[in-house]
Design a protein around this ligand. Structure first.
Ligand code: SF4
Length: 379
């Protein structure tokens, strides 16, 4: 039997400092050599202990996220990449590293390029006002320098990440940012609306009424402006928050949205293999100690019933603009989407949030703006 394709994610749990809106798992520290060596050893051990679970898969994408992966030295990635090649069926056609713009040198980028063929740059805004409002350490000049250096280092597939709806942002400011973005011309763009996550400094200030975000109607118009601007600039809008030039969709993230298998390594990383979902605890110390002692790190696990797998796949698949293929879903999961959801689905169609086109169910433009309402109804 052939091997099933899967994605491989590595979580780097370090950042220079924490951004006030971020709830991703990372510690505010730049790791020294000793800690990096322990982390590398623990990652290898995690792979070896999970080897049985990984048989039957061929890993075709590799994604290093975080945290701030660009804090780690080249030797770390060279070593781990070599180990994965020797240990697993690991032949990534797409290998992405997330990088923060500050401190990226041409020499470092050229070294990365020997391993990675895609760079995801955490620009977040192309206006200094936006970067200050988001509490980011870098400035626009550093984004532009990092982008040019990445091109010079040979990256032909660069994604820029943005946040919109930050305090003080207006439609004219967004227009200026989009013009700057067009001049840079990355192959891929992600635009996420700022969300106020519990436990973050932004949440505390927001609760005290001291964080004033743009009004909701304005944020809706920002959504529309981003979509139409990027579509006119030649990007395919292929997922609610993601845009790509033809041929440059993120293959790794498509594994998530298409509910296909993925392995996550490192503290806080999630996996979905053999219909079982698991997530390592967000605790670097416990991760290192458990693996040092020859045990897997603490993690939550859930075996999904076929019905739950189906419902999750519907919601993930609706994030894609092309939506879900009803016949393919029927043969993959054994459920017919329209029969399964019945009146709930009809109601969403009547409200103009979902539409059926050529055997596919997808969100309408209005449905994309209210995607959470749709997902709550179908979960
Ligand atoms: S650099 Fe990224 S991962 Fe780190 S705190 Fe900021 S937003 Fe979060």
């Amino acid at each position: 039997m052939g091997l099933e394709e899967a994605a491989l994610y590595l979580h780097v749990p370090f950042c220079r400092s924490k951004c006030p809106y971020c709830d991703f798992y990372s510690l505010p520290l730049v790791p020294e050599r000793d800690l990096l060596e322990s982390f590398l050893k623990a990652l290898k051990k995690e792979v070896l202990l999970r080897r049985e679970e990984l048989k039957g898969f061929r890993f075709v994408t590799f994604y290093v996220g975080g945290g701030t992966p660009s804090l780690l030295p080249l030797w770390f990635y060279r070593d781990f990449f070599g180990f994965l090649r020797e240990t697993l069926a690991f032949s990534p056609e797409e290998a992405t590293l997330e990088a923060n713009p500050e401190g990226l040198t041409l020499e470092y980028l050229a070294g990365l390029r020997e391993i990675f063929n895609r760079l995801s740059l955490g620009s977040q805004s192309l206006l200094n006002q936006g970067l200050r409002a988001l509490g980011r350490r870098h400035r626009v000049r550093e984004v532009k320098e990092a982008f040019r250096a990445a091109r010079e280092a040979g990256f032909r597939n660069i994604s820029l990440d943005f946040i919109f709806g930050w305090p003080g942002q207006s439609l004219p400011l967004l227009t200026r940012e989009l013009e700057e973005l067009r001049l840079l011309g990355p192959e891929h763009v992600s635009y996420y609306e700022l969300t106020i996550e519990e436990g973050t400094p932004f949440h505390r200030v927001f609760e005290r009424g001291e964080l004033s975000l743009p009004p909701e109607e304005e944020v809706v118009r920002m959504h529309e402006m981003i979509d139409s601007f990027l579509e006119e600039a030649g990007y395919e809008h292929y997922e609610i928050s993601n845009f790509a030039r033809p041929g440059f969709r993120c293959r790794h993230n498509l594994f998530y949205w298409e509910a296909r298998p993925y392995l996550g390594l490192g503290p806080g990383a999630a996996s979905y293999l053999h219909g079982r979902r698991s997530k390592n605890a967000e605790d670097l110390r416990a991760y290192l100690q458990s693996l040092e002692a020859g045990r897997l790190p603490p993690r939550e696990e859930e075996k999904l019933s076929p019905e739950k797998r189906f419902r999750e796949a519907v919601i993930l698949g609706l994030r894609l603009l092309e939506g879900i293929d009803l016949a393919a879903f029927k043969s993959r999961f054994g459920y017919e989407v329209r029969e399964y959801y019945g009146p709930r689905l009809e109601k969403l169609r009547d409200l103009g949030l979902l539409e059926l086109v050529g055997g596919r169910l997808r969100l309408t433009r209005k449905g994309r703006l209210l995607a959470n309402v749709v997902f709550r109804e179908l979960v």
